[in-house]
Write a protein that binds this ligand. Structure first.
Ligand code: SF4
Ligand code: SF4
Length: 121
C-alpha cells in the first residue's frame, strides 16, 4: 500500500484519530478536563463527548480533519489520546478511514512535542 513518510507535525494537518475511535479513560482523568466535554461510560470509565457514536468526532477537536486541526484541551487530554502514535496501527487505521495516505516512520527519534499534539515517531 502507498505510504507517506511521517513528519513530526503530521497531526496538525490530520486529526483522524480524534474522529474515528471512542476515546475512553478511567473516570478520574476527567477531573482536569472541562466537565461539559466528558460523559460517563460505565461506573469507572468516562469518554470524550462526541466519540461514543457511529461517526465519532471528539468535542475537543477544532478545525477540519485532514486540513488543519488542534486539540482544545491538549494539556489535559487523556491517556488514551496520548497512546496513539504517528504511523502506528491505530493512526493508520484512522487515516485510511478518512481517506488519507497511511504513514510510515523511516527512523526512530526521541519524543518531541509540537504545539498541538504529541504523537510523534
Ligand atoms: S496520530 Fe496519526 S491519525 Fe492521529 S492525528 Fe496524528 S497523524 Fe493523524
Ligand atoms: S481530547 Fe484532544 S487529542 Fe484527545 S481525542 Fe479529543 S481532540 Fe483528540
Amino acid at each position: 500500500m502507498l505510504s507517506q513518510i511521517a513528519t513530526p507535525d503530521a497531526c496538525i494537518s490530520c486529526g483522524a484519530c480524534c474522529a474515528n475511535f471512542r476515546v475512553s479513560f478511567y473516570w478520574a482523568e476527567a477531573e482536569s478536563m472541562p466537565e461539559e466535554m466528558v460523559e460517563p461510560l460505565t461506573a469507572v470509565y468516562s469518554c470524550m463527548k462526541g466519540t461514543n457514536q457511529s461517526q465519532p468526532r471528539c468535542v475537543a477537536l477544532q478545525g477540519e480533519v485532514g486540513v488543519n486541526v488542534s486539540c482544545s484541551i491538549y494539556e489535559v487530554r487523556s491517556s488514551s489520546c496520548k497512546e496513539v502514535q504517528i504511523a502506528d496501527e491505530q493512526c493508520n487505521k484512522a487515516r485510511i478511514k478518512h481517506n488519507m495516505i497511511p504513514l510510515i516512520c523511516v527512523e526512530s527519534q526521541d519524543s518531541e512535542n509540537n504545539e498541538n499534539f504529541d504523537q510523534v515517531c
